[in-house]
Design a protein around this ligand. Sequence first.
Ligand code: CO
Length: 212
Amino acid sequence: MNNLKETYDRLLNGNKQWQLKKITEDPMYFDELSKGQTPDYLWIGCADSRVPDNEITGSSPGDIFVHRNIANMVVHTDMNLLSVLQYAVEVLHVKHVIVCGHYGCGGVLAAMKNTENGLVDNWLRNIKEVYYTHRVELEAIEDMKLRGDRLVELNVRHQVENLAKTATVQNAWKKRELQVHGWVFNLTTGGIIDLEVMKDELEDMPSIFHYS
Ligand code: CO
C-alpha cells in the first residue's frame, strides 16, 4: 500500500513544487493565467502518456486547447471531439487545428492485428478502415515496424480530412483563415514531422463533402 500512496503523492508534491517555481519566477503568473484563455491552436493528439502537447512543443499553459483520445481519431459521431472542435473554432477562434499522431502508437498497432480486444475494437475499427483503403501500399512494406509507421502517417492524414469534412471547419473557412495540419511525433528522436497535408479551403476537399 505504501507504494500506492507514494505514487499518488508524487503528483500532488510535484504540483506544489511547480506552483512555487512559477510564483518565484513571476509573482503575477497565476493572476494572469486565471484571466482567461486565447489559444491559437487546437491539438488533437493520442492519449499516450509519452506525447504531452505543451512539453514537446515548448509551449505553455494557455497556448493550446487540447483533445486527446486513443490514436488521435476524428470520428464523426464523437460528440466529445465535435464539441471541443466547435468551441475551439467558433468561440476561441483558434487559427490552427493540429492532428498529432506518433510512431509506435499502440492503438494503430492493435488495429493492424486480428486479436479481439473487447469494446475498444469499435474505436480501432476506424483505423482498420484506413488500413483497408491503403492495403496495397501497406502490404508492400514487409517490415512490420515500417508498415506500422506508415499506417500512423496515413491515419493522421485521414483524420485531417475528417476535420475538413465537418460543417464547423467549413463554416469557419467561409468567414476567416483556419488551417488544419497533420503531424507525427517521433518518440525515438523527440522530433515532430509535418506531413504537409494542410487543408485551409473548401477546394481542398472533394465536392461531395462540401456544404453550401
Ligand atoms: Co498512440
